[in-house]
Ligand binder design. Structure first.
Ligand code: FVH
Length: 289
């Protein structure tokens, strides 16, 4: 049984369940499957159809959303059911690498399925709110056909026909997020060592991070031009000298500064290379292998 409004969701973890719920709220006929079947119960109570097997879920809809832990689990779930894939569109929203996405696109094509890869830039409670956006890549015709359904999750951003593009930019955005979280964890450890609570300090930290949130835009100008001496307001030599204070203060506070150490090593190498007058952005030159 297939029809335009039918969508199947494989994987009902925190994210898969949020996606299925958004599809139900948007009025789609949703079929759900999960390895641990009980996770489907709340969605079935809201109107989803339960598939007993992954193959049944794939057969139920032309459009199949896959949101599992990782690509290994996607392969474990789909590989035994290649006979039911022909004519389906697989939209894989599982986190992975560009290489994995390209390999899966080829595998899907070999079995007669269209394939889109996606990266969800939201946590589950954000799905179907204006804050959520999702990156997609794969054939444009496949994206155009699926888009009216996919828009239920949040803003759909199409990145082109290379199936690896969504995973690449997803990981790039997540690396920015983890950099912020690393710094914030160090900050909390430092203020807690002095007796302040994280809750007291959080508004100041939030304000500072918001103040600095425009940093990537200016940095991008220097990085694309390769001119790290352009419009410098905080030179690297000054920053490296001040950065050392993080390690001394951490020692004084009895906390580890290991989250901050990798950037310092790069700053030191860049200064030693004669770039103290430039901006911190020049460190990117040292990331090229
Ligand atoms: N939650 C988040 O904040 C992030 C937001 C951005 C996108 N990520 C990615 O989404 C994928 C799924 O994440 P999730 O939050 O749903 O993860 P869990 O709640 O841990 O659910 C994992 C599901 O995967 C199933 N599963 C795992 N291994 C297997 C396997 N070998 N065979 C079949 N299914 C498997 C698991 O099933 P079960 O444990 O309930 O039986 C869940 O359905 C992920 O790529 C994130 O990076 C989420």
């Amino acid at each position: 049984m297939t029809d335009q409004k039918a969508v199947s969701v494989l994987g009902l973890g925190d994210m898969g369940a949020a996606l299925a719920e958004a599809l139900l709220a948007a009025g789609h006929r949703v079929t759900v499957w999960n390895r641990t079947a009980a996770k489907a119960d709340p969605l079935v109570a809201k109107g989803a159809a339960r598939a007993d097997t992954a193959a049944d879920a794939v057969l139920a809809s032309r459009l199949v959303i896959v949101c599992l832990l990782d690509y290994d689990s996607v392969s474990q779930v789909l590989a035994p059911h290649t006979d039911v894939l022909a004519g389906r569109t697989l939209v894989n929203l599982t986190n992975g690498t560009p290489g994995q996405a390209r390999e899966m696109a080829t595998w899907a094509a070999d079995h007669g399925a269209d394939y889109l890869d996606g990266g969800i830039m939201a946590v589950p409670p954000m799905i179907a709110t204006p804050a959520a956006f999702v990156l997609y890549s794969g054939p444009s015709g496949t994206f155009d056909a699926a888009r009216p359904v996919l828009d239920a999750f949040g803003e759909s951003n199409y990145l082109g026909d290379d199936p690896g593009s969504a995973a690449l930019q997803d990981l790039a955005l997540l690396s920015g997020m983890y950099g912020m979280i690393s710094g914030a964890l160090h900050a909390f450890a430092l203020v807690r060592s002095a007796g302040a609570s994280a809750r007291e300090f959080a508004p100041l930290l939030n304000r500072w991070l918001q103040t600095m949130s425009g940093w990537p835009v200016g940095a991008a100008e220097q990085i694309d031009s390769g001119d790290y001496g352009k419009d410098v307001v905080s030179n690297l030599g000054m920053q490296e000298a001040a950065y050392v204070n993080h390690f001394t203060a951490a020692d004084e506070a009895g906390i580890s500064a290991e989250l901050l150490a990798p950037l310092h090593a790069l700053m030191q190498r860049r200064v030693a290379g004669g770039h103290a007058h430039e901006d911190l952005t020049g460190v990117i030159e040292l990331l090229k292998k």
